[in-house]
Write a protein that binds this ligand. Sequence first.
Ligand code: SF4
Length: 259
Amino acid sequence: MPNSPRPEEGRRPVAEPAPPDLRARRARARRILDALGAGNPAPRTELEHRDPYTLLVAVVLSAQSTDAGVNRATRTLFAAADTPQKMVALGVEGIAQHIRTLGLYNAKARHVYELSRLLIERHGGRVPRDRAALEALPGVGRKTANVVLNEAFGEPTLAVDTHVFRVARRLGLSDGRTPAAVERDLLALVPRRWARAAHHLLILHGRYLCKARRPECWRCPIRRLCPHEPKTAAQPPAVKPRFSRPTSWDSGDPGREEG
Ligand code: SF4
């Protein structure tokens, strides 16, 4: 049996390898975002919020928590306090009561209280449209500032969370080892058309398709553009048991003794 030709002998692999030069990487990034954005041209955050302030609070609460979990907590929190003034009046203990289901809720409650107090003291109770001012607030780092600047103010920022970090590396858009390095690489590649949406498109792709443990490559719209290997295949449907009703020797109660 003849040996398979090596790639350098002219055969193209099925999936495209990550191109090394910037122009090619930009072109591929555009094709990826065009495909991801085809059915969702204006994606938004899944964190429920009413205005820049409630968005800021929701993003601070989302550290190491799911958006669904944060939304469950903020529904009662924002019913009680949806302005910095009301949040300060609620106090740290009062805030903690609403967010007990979230990890690190005591620290998060302190951050929300203190950032609300500082918004009143420094910014007239408004969320500043300024990265340095945002990052000076407790509990607010670069990622949170990027989300708020993007979602609340329409800035072309790109927040790198765990999903964006993983997806960017799998797609060969970055080989950065830190969120800051991946952010820098992506900002150099994302075309203007997708500058605001790229962050959401990559998050949603990572959350629902390109999952950490088992990416769903078999139904991925950008499979042909992705150099990540191995690609996963769909699981075969589970075989139905021959008997669906319990039998006399399978009562469904393993602890029950036959009498
Ligand atoms: S789901 Fe699979 S094919 Fe799609 S981007 Fe992720 S690793 Fe690549």
